[in-house]
Design a protein. Structure first.
Length: 139
């Protein structure tokens, strides 16, 4: 046996006799699984084709039931979710704009004390005597 290994310059491999059997086993499984997947696909297509009218009837009945119970449908929930997402995005944009404005405001140079001192202070009587006007806003 050692003579045969030295002639071929290959070390003895005890798994060599099992490799052809393993390859044949895996080929058989591959062919079987291919046939199985084709059969399963055909059965699934048939099931979906047959069940489509029943599914549509159930959906229509569910919509009518939900309408009678004054409950939202799936489409109503999706619409509300889209609106809420839109509102959330707008709030995020507003938050970002406010952050930018605050950053600009904090970077703006402060008014010097001499500029505020040059203006004469208003008396409390003038402040109190001034009529207040209501601000008009959007409705």
């Amino acid at each position: 046996m050692a003579d045969e290994a030295s002639k071929n310059n290959k070390p003895f491999d005890p798994m060599e006799p099992w490799r052809p059997m393993r390859d044949a086993y895996l080929d058989a499984w591959a062919k079987t699984m291919e046939a199985y997947s084709q059969a399963t696909g055909t059965m699934l297509d048939t099931y979906l084709t047959v069940s489509a009218p029943f599914r549509e009837a159930v959906e229509k009945a569910m919509l009518k039931t939900l309408e009678q119970l004054a409950m939202p449908t799936r489409n109503d929930i999706i619409s509300i979710a889209e609106r809420m997402t839109n509102i959330e995005m707008r709030l995020d944009d507003l938050d970002a704009k406010i952050d930018v404005l605050l950053a600009r405001n904090s970077q703006a140079p402060k008014a010097s004390p001499s500029a505020s001192a040059s203006r004469p202070p208003q008396s409390a009587a003038k402040k109190a005597g001034r009529p207040r006007t209501a601000k008009k806003g959007k409705k």
